[in-house]
Design a protein around this ligand. Structure first.
Ligand code: SF4
Length: 356
């Protein structure tokens, strides 16, 4: 699939986070958040390295204590930008910046007085790091709840823009905005509204989306609609599960929309009464195996039988069509050979290795 032209996307300001850039037509970056205790630097680093391996571009960690802020220094052996997530205590933000955070995420609404927000802004300015201004539907101000008769997309947008204006008035515009709601339709509307009103890069996500299954569906629908309108510069899929799943899902969403190239796309049939090999297990194993070939840009078809198999396999760079206890292996529509069922995974892997 063609990567979508930059011009299809809303033009936003470029913001640098460590060694990466978001906004301004740069590729949409994938973020995730550690679920280890940040104070446990060893466990956190090992989770971040696994996330890097899975394709995570930017990682966020919770900084709920001074000990966690201190641990950031020890995390800096990772290779992707580190974002510190701060709530309530502005001193944690100051310490996180001093200890090497490449960006901080705050909700100015829960940091306290304007003076405290200013202290954080001044520190970010001194270190030249961006601030993500994050607003959730759950943290809307009383006035806005009254004005809009409850939580609405308009209220979320107004709340976020008010906070952005406050920081601009403090002389800082190195900002990224995130507005989140677990209500997918409200979230979509809020992004449509805010994209019309600001040029700051947008961090997009559906918050509290749910477990791996329901969260993947909600995030795919929500992020899919938002991104397809050209809105969004960095994304996070939130799942109650292993953050590696978040990254895999985010990658799949971007690839499906043609917003990220590369890797191996696996297409597989739903199986039916004609299937004579254990295709479900094979397809799952192929999907896991191909993650080591992210440097390729190819399609692999895993089909249950010769009815649709060869046809699909013709369009794919590599393909398998199941027979009875065996499979036909295709390369660009040409049969390479028959392979016993138990060797199909290895045979596909060998062919992928040959592709470079
Ligand atoms: Fe059934 Fe064959 Fe189609 Fe798979 S490819 S669903 S096995 S007919």
């Amino acid at each position: 699939m063609e990567e979508r032209a930059m011009t299809d996307r809303k033009q936003t300001k470029t913001v640098s986070i460590g060694n990466r850039k978001i906004g301004g037509g740069n590729p949409i970056l994938i973020q995730s958040m550690c679920n280890t205790k940040t104070e446990d630097a060893e466990a956190t680093v090992s989770q971040i390295l696994a996330l890097e391996e899975a394709g995570c571009d930017i990682i966020r960690v919770a900084v709920p204590t001074m000990e966690a802020a201190g641990a950031l220094k020890r995390l800096k052996q990772i290779h992707i930008p580190l974002v510190a997530d701060i709530h309530f205590d502005y001193r944690l933000a100051l310490a996180a910046i001093e200890n090497g955070a490449d960006k901080i995420r705050i909700n100015p609404g829960n940091i306290g007085s304007e003076e405290r927000v200013r202290a954080v802004v001044d520190k970010a300015k001194e270190y030249g790091i961006p601030i993500r201004v994050g607003v959730n539907s759950g943290s809307l101000e009383k006035e806005l709840l009254e004005k809009y008769h409850g939580v609405t997309a308009e209220g979320i947008v107004e709340s976020a823009l008010m906070k952005v204006r406050m920081i601009e008035e403090m002389g800082y515009d190195n900002l990224v905005i995130s507005i989140k709601s677990s209500d997918v339709l409200m979230c979509i509307k809020a992004h449509e509204l805010i994209a019309e009103q600001t040029a700051y890069p947008l961090h997009v996500g559906i918050t509290e989306a749910g477990t791996v299954r329901s969260g993947t569906i909600k995030s795919s629908v929500g992020l899919g609609i938002i991104l397809h309108q050209g809105i969004g510069d960095t994304i996070r899929v939130s799942l109650t599960g292993d953050p590696v799943e978040e990254v895999m899902t985010a990658k799949q969403i971007l690839k499906t929309l043609g917003l990220r190239k590369g890797g191996v796309e696996v297409v597989s049939c739903p199986t039916c009464g004609r299937t004579r090999i254990d295709l479900i297990s094979l397809a799952n194993r192929v999907e896991a195996m191909v993650t080591e070939f992210d440097h390729l840009d190819v399609k692999v078809a895993v089909m249950g039988c010769v009815v649709n198999g060869p046809g699909e396999a013709k369009e794919a760079d590599l393909g398998v069509a199941g027979g009875i206890g065996e499979g036909l292996l295709f390369r660009k529509g040409e049969i390479i050979r028959k392979v016993p069922e138990e060797s199909l995974l290895d045979a596909l892997r060998e062919e992928l290795i040959k592709l470079g």
